[in-house]
Design a protein around this ligand. Structure first.
Ligand code: SAH
Length: 347
């Protein structure tokens, strides 16, 4: 069975027309998908339509299992899918608009050494509706403030789940959906250049972020498996094409790892690589994870590196990390299903 919120507006229109029902029901149901989480609440829609929909579609995509609130107000939600997988999302409150960080896969295939999400590999892609449901649930939960921004930076690699990522973005951007503007949607990638290049033509015009983390292929291969397949130059060329197609400044993410990628030489390599690109560099102090022995840096060193990059004429800032005391910060979301299964086997 499929989820109701997996349907795009035109797919829903086909379903309604096949049922012989009037067109205006489409918009009404789209609005109900945003406002309610179950068919039981569709009380102003004729019973025959709700019955026909519930024969074919699931209304509740995700059930909340737990939530933990961090001292900075970030909330890490753990959801269960209709088939028992676990999905994590993080709500990040800001004065300038609240964000939700969504997951797009159960686990992740990329195997970056610093990131807990890939520790158990990839279990499966999330459907567009499962990604959307994370935002819908949290927007309802956080009323009246709601959600104004979306970052695709939870578990999984959005561009490795390309079709569902695009479908999700179109749904969440739709005026009959949550109506979140493209400019308020960020997609982060470990660097899949061909997909990065097709995003603009496929209708995405939000913020594209590249997880670079090292300015040379040699160094990047030590921490990111994807660097075996694509060079930093290919990734940067793809960012440039995205900028040319959309006019949107791109973001380069750079984790600060003490003794690894923070020397003056690293700064000079970054300048060489990114000098001609309209980008901002987000410096992310490494967040600790269980399985990784890379070293975080001190605040002082982080700001020194930022100053060094600025002196070279690059735009850079140290990113404030949220949710780290509840394991909800960058790289700390993990495949808790796999973890639970492994624990069962070892007990
Ligand atoms: N899967 C996406 C989003 C990842 S999370 C991607 O690969 O781009 C957002 C950012 O946090 C990415 O740049 C990611 O590389 C980074 N990150 C991952 N693990 C981290 C950690 N332990 N500490 C700090 N940042 C981390």
């Amino acid at each position: 069975m499929q989820l109701l919120c997996d349907l795009s507006e035109s797919e829903l229109a086909d379903v309604i027309s096949a049922l012989g029902e009037p067109k205006y029901r489409v918009k009404q149901i789209m609005r109900h998908i945003v406002a309610y989480d179950s068919f039981a609440e569709y009380t102003d829609i004729p019973k025959r339509i709700v019955a026909a929909l519930s024969e074919k579609y699931i209304d509740v995509a995700l059930k909340e299992k737990t939530r933990v609130t961090a001292s900075d107000g970030a909330i890490r939600y753990l959801f269960e899918t209709f088939d028992g997988d676990l999905v994590e999302s993080v709500f990040l409150p800001h004065d300038y608009g609240n964000s939700v960080c969504v997951s797009c896969q159960v686990g992740c295939a990329m195997g970056c050494v610093f990131c807990a999400s890939g520790h158990y590999g990839l279990k499966r892609n999330l459907s567009a509706g499962e990604i959307l449901s994370q935002v819908l649930f949290i927007a309802r939960d956080r009323k009246p403030d709601g959600v104004q921004k979306i970052v695709m930076m939870g578990s999984g690699s959005p561009l490795a789940n390309y079709e569902n990522t695009l479908k999700f973005i179109k749904s969440v951007n739709s005026p009959n959906g949550l109506n979140i503007g493209m400019r308020s949607i960020s997609v982060s990638t470990c660097g899949l250049p061909r997909r990065m290049e097709s995003l603009a033509a496929d209708g995405f015009s939000g913020t594209l972020s590249l997880s670079l983390h090292a300015a040379t292929d040699e160094k990047r291969k030590k921490i990111m498996r994807v660097a075996e397949n694509y060079t930093v130059k290919e990734c940067v060329a793809a960012l440039k094409k995205y900028f040319e197609a959309t006019g949107r400044r791109v973001i380069v993410e750079y984790i600060l790892i003490d003794g690894f990628n923070m020397s003056d030489e690293d700064a000079a390599e970054l300048k060489k690589l990114l000098g001609g690109l309209c980008c901002h560099i987000n410096l992310i102090p490494l967040n600790p994870t269980d399985s990784c022995d890379l070293k975080p840096c001190s605040k002082k060193r982080a700001y020194e590196f930022e100053a060094r990059l600025k002196k070279l004429g690059l735009s850079a800032s140290v990113r404030r990390s949220m949710g780290s005391d509840v394991a909800g910060a960058c790289g700390q979301l993990k495949n808790r299903t796999a973890e639970a299964e492994q624990k069962l086997r070892s007990d």
